[in-house]
Design a protein around this ligand. Sequence first.
Ligand code: ANZ
Ligand code: ZN
Length: 895
Amino acid sequence: MPPRYNHAQVQEYWRDVWEREGVYELPDDAEDPIYVLGMFPYTSGSLHMGHVRNYAITDAYARYRRMAGDDVLHPMGWDAFGLPAENAAYERDTDPETWTRACIERMRDELDEMGFGYDWSREVTTCDPDYYRWNQWLFREFYEAGLVEYEAAPVNWCPDCETTLADAQVEGGFEEGATTPRHTAPRQAAPGTEGVCWRCGTPVERRELDQWFLTITDYADELYEALDHLEGWPESVREIQRNWIGKREGAHVTFEVPEYGSVEAFTARLDTAFGATFVALSPGHELVADLAREDAEVADYVDRVSRGESAGGQSGVRTDATAVHPLTGEKLPVYVAEYVLDDVGTGALMGVPAHDERDHAFAREHDLPVERGVEPADGSDTRLPEEPFVDDGMVAASGGAAREYEGLASAAARERLLDAEGIELATTFRLRDWLVSRQRYWGTPIPVVHCDSCGPTLVPEDELPVELPEYVQTTGNPLAANEAFVETTCPDCGEPARRETDTMDTFVDSSWYFLRYLSPDLDDAPFDTDLAESWLPVDVYVGGEEHAVLHLLYIRFFARALCDLGLLDVREPVDRLINQGTVLHGGEKMSKSKGNTVTPHEYGPETTRLFVLSAAHPNRDFEWTATSVDGAYEFQQTLYGLVETFVDGDVREESAAHDRYLERETDRTIAAVTEEFERFRLHRAIAELQGYLRLLRRYREYETPHRYTYARALRTLAALVAPLAPYLAEECWHRLDEPGLVAAADWPNPLRPAENHRLERQLVRSTREDVREILGVVDIDAPDSIELVVAQDWKYAAYDRARGIAPDASLVDALLGNDGVPRSEPAAEFLADLAERRPGLEPVVDGERERELLQSAAWLLEDEFGASVTVRRAEDDDDDLAARARPNRPAIYIS
Ligand code: ANZ
Ligand code: ZN
C-alpha cells in the first residue's frame, strides 16, 4: 500500500515557505510584467465555486508564466462596498464596516487555503478611505473635464424604505453571480414599473430625483467602433457590448408643428417615410409639457404614465397639434404614446403602420390609416393592411411627392432622401449616461456640497477624502439622517451648506481598481502613470460573462476618460479576456439560493482545483459530478504514490529501448502541456498529464525503472503539475530532492525538439489500434510474435511529392519510374491510392524516425499482448508484406 498524500498536513508548511521566500511578489526590477488578473470578488462572506474556478484559471496561468521565466503581476483585492453589507448589518445588528472586514478576513484565508499565489503586498480594498478618496479625486477630475452631469431623473422609489431602488431590487431580486457583487444596477429605472420593493413588499413608485451621471455617451461611438479591434475578447462579449451601445444609423426628420414649433423624429427606415400617418411623442418629450398645459386629457395621461398606472402597450392620447410631413406637406395627427421612449433617439417617431409592428398595433387601437410606403421589389403580395410589411423593398407608387423616388430600392431611397429638405443623417445610440447616484450608506460619498447661492460645489482636493461617518441604523439613507455629516459650509462662499448624501455606484470602484494594484500605496495620485504606461494593458483578464456589459464596458470607458485626462496612455485596458463558464449542479447554476452548492473545501483544495480545471474548457459550463471529482483525487494519489515508491525503490543503471520511449514521451508531454497552457485549454493540459501519469505507472510496472530517465520523468511531472496543484507539486519536488521550490523553478524543456509530437503519438496510437483490430479479426488468443514492417524509403519520398503536387497533375504519371519509384504493379497501386487521397494527406514522420519510434514503443505492444515484437524495414522483407507497408502505417504480421 503506497503512502497517501494528505494535503492538510503539508499545505500550511508550504504556504509559510512561499510567503517567506516572497515567491508571488512581483520583483522590484520588473519592467514589463505579464499582468494576470481575475475579477476581484465582492466581499459576500465566503468563496463559492464560481470564484474558485475563476481564480484557479488565473492562478494556473500566472504560475505557468512565472515558471516560464516571466515577471508576473498577479494581485488580489476586494470589491468591498455595496448594499448587501448594509442589509447584513441590519439583520445581524452590526455595522457594514465590521461585517465587511470580517468577510475579507475569512475570504482571504479561503483563497490562501486554495493555494492561490497572489502578491498580497498589493492588496486593494475599495472601502478603505485610502482607496475611495481616489474615487472622489477622479470624480473631481471627471467633473472638471465635463464628464459629470447633475440632472433630474426618474427612479424607482420605495415609500416605506424611503430610498431609491435599482431595477434589480424591484420584484424578484438578484441572480447570484459567480464573482458578481450584488451591485445595484446602474441603469435608469425601467419605464412603467409595477413591481414591489424586494425588501418590504411595498409597491414601488416612480420619482424624479436629482441624480449624478457620468457621461459615458461621450464615448459611445469610440467604444462601439473599437470593439472590432478587440481580437483577444470573445466575440460573444463584443456582440453583447455592440447591442448594448446600440449604434444605429438613420435619419432625423423634422416635422413643423404649427403654433408649437417643430418635432425631430429619429427613424431607421427613412425609405418608409411616404407611409407615415402620424407622429408620436414620448410622455417626457419637451413639447408634451406645452401640450399638457392646454389640454387636460394630455396632462392626465402623462400623469398616469409617470405614476406607472398606464394601460401599457398601445395606450396613447391624441393632441390638438398637427405635424407637417416635410416631404408631402400632409398634416399628420400628433399623439403622446407610452411606447415611445424618452431616452431613445429624440423621444419622437414618425408612425408608419404599414411597415412597423408597433406602429401597426398603435394604428389599430386608434383607428389611424395604414398607408403603403414601400412594396416588395419582386411585385409579390403583402398582407397589408391586416399585417405590416416590415422588410426592405422599393418605394411604392403613391403619386405626389413620392413620384421622384418611386421604384427605388429601400437602401437607395434611404440615401437619396437624405438630400430632401427637413431630413438629416443621424446616428443614435442605445447607451445612456451612467447614473452613479445611490441613496446608500456603504459606498463612496460623492464629494459635493450643495449651497443655496453657489449650487452644487466640488469639495476641494485638499479636503479629500470625504469620509463616511459612523454608521447609524435608520430607515432610508443613513447619511441623510446624519446631521453632523450633512451640515457643512460652502467651499466657495463659506455660507452654511449641505453635503451631498448620495454615494457612488460601486461599479465606479471597480472601473479602475486594476490600476491601483500597480502602486497601491501611492498617496499623491490614484495610480502611477509611468508604471501604467509600461505595465498595461492587462494581459489576461478572467471573469464571468455576466459582466459583459456594465463592468467590462465601464473599464473601457474609464481607460479612455483617463487617457483624455492625461493620466493614462492605454485606451483599451484589457488585451485578452477569458469568460469562465458556469459551474452547474443538478443542471442548474450552483448557488446559495438554489441550495445546490458544494463548498470549495469539502474535497480539499487541490482536488477541487484540479476538478474545476479538468471538467471543461475554461469558457464552458460544466456539471459538478462526484465521480469526476474522485478522478481528480485519484490522480493526486497516483502521482504521489509514484514519487514515494521511487524514492524508496530500486533503479536500473543500464538503459534500454523503452527508456528512449519514455524520454521522448516526456519531451512530447512538455510540448503538449505548454501548448495547452498558451491556448488556455487547461482541461486538455490536465488530460495530457493524466495520460502521462498512466504511462509512468505502466513503465514502472514493466521493469525496474531507469535511474535518470525515470527521475527526469517524475521531476517533469511535478513541474508541469505545479500550476494546477501547487501543494502536491511542492511536496513531490521536495521528496525528489530537487533544489529550491517548484513554484520558483524553471518550466521544463524538451531535450530534443518536440514539434512533431502530435504526429509521433498518432503513429504509435494507430499502430497499436491496428494490432488490436487484426487480433480481433484473426482470432488469435495469445500471439507469439508481432512484426512491424516499415515502408520503403521511396514511399516517403513519393508521399511528400504527392502532398506538394498541384491537384490536377497526374500523380501516377509524374512519379512512376522516377525518383526511385519502381515501375511495378504494386508501386502503381500505391501511387493511385495516394492520388485518390491526395487533398487530405496528413504530414508524416520520415522512415527512419518511424522505425526508431516503433522500436522504442515496442514494449507497449509486448506488454499489452504478451508477444515478442520486431520492427523491420520493407527493403529487407518479402514482397507481400512490403507492398502493404505505407508511410506511418507499417504492415503488421502476427503469428
Ligand atoms: C419609422 C419606421 C418605419 C421605423 C418602419 C421602423 C420601421 P430600431 O429599429 O429598434 O433601432 N423609434 C424612434 N424613436 C423611438 C422612441 N423614442 N421610442 C420608441 N421607438 C422609437 O429603432 C429605430 C426605430 O424605432 C425608428 O425607426 C423608429 O421607428 C422607432 F417601417 O421610424 B422607425
Ligand atoms: Zn455657496
